[in-house]
Design a protein around this ligand. Sequence first.
Ligand code: FE2
Length: 440
Amino acid sequence: MGHYRDHPDAIRALVREREVHRDLFIDPEIHQLEMERLFARTWVYVGHDSQVPNPGDFITTTVGDQPVVMVRHSDKTVRVLHNRCPHKGVQVAGEACGNTGKFFRCPYHAWTFKTDGSPLGVPLRKGYEHAGLDQCEASKGMAAVQDVHNHRGFVFCRLMPGGESFADFFGDSLSTLDNMVDRSPEGRLEVAGGVLRYTHACNWKMLVDNQTDTCHPMVAHESSAGTAVKVWEAAPEGTPKPMAVELFAPFVAPYEFFENMRIRVWKNGHGHTGVSDSLHAAYTPVPGYHESMVAAYGEERARAILADVRHNTIYFPNIMVKGPIQTLRVFKPIAADCTLVESWTFRLVGAPDKLLERTLMYNRLINAPTSVVGHDDQEMYERSQQGLHSRGREWVNVARLYEPGEEGRENEVTNGTNEWQMRNQYRAWARYMTETGDAA
Ligand SMILES: [Fe+2]
């Protein structure tokens, strides 16, 4: 018996208007309930459809704690299947990615399944002729996730039937993904440059909070980004500014910069920083890019797309998207104190290669296991994870610029150092953790 499983009021009491309880970060039962409830009731990112361009192409991944396989079916649509043989339970797809041809074949007893999960063949079928296999669960094949949505290449799924539709769950927040796709003159993205993947010894929500925490860069990143800027300032006059310095410098911009870039929250826990300015606003133009955008969209529309320089967009519960630099980070919960972080990069199809070069350099400088900036944050998360075990205090504060009655006033734009988006996430968290039943 846990403290929380049968006590929704106890879960609700963990999220106050201005503070959240440390159990959200350190309690294994809360983590388990997040897997069963939050990551089952929300639309969770699975992958990008450019990872599976041809029928039979697949990737394996997890949705919460559930192993799944995302596969391109013979009808060209992308399907998400539970990666579990109905026979003995073996994970049917064993590799990170590949092409399975027309069917999946379990490596244990060679049971086969079509790429929509439906059963295809069983060796020595005779032995099942009078065994009533059709009355067994095993006859149904690999379980397919019913609620799958492909939004312009980005594939999401919801494990538990019922609840809001994809469009209702994300609402206006889809404008960030749309802007990132529109930045391609062909309106198409491709995963490019591999993925940077490493674990952090902290709770996944610390990483989500950090994405709209605009009061930390000038402090936590002073030793890394700040040093890069100082080295650059000592360079002889006339030295061309390296791309790396251009990427590092905004991390040590003053508080006023972050206040003025503004923040916007949307319902259901989504939101973004960088409404009117952003860390990605002042990059050197890439020759030929603007022209190709104008040719594709016309002058006015091209300008509007490129002027939307959103910084970090949170798609609740666990991804962050940067449209202007074409990166997507996934914060995969492993345990209450362990998170797998994946940082993906995209090519803007039809745009000059220099843009992809900048995207890849950004990802390596900021998000790689060998980066300097990302490790500043990692040190803070891991010290928080340790510190929250202290019994000296119980609550984590998210009060900055709080106003009574802000709940329900979503879509507003406010001071960029407001912690409203964090509060927005925790309100959504409490709701999905305590909803009852599996259908709305
Ligand atoms: Fe940071």
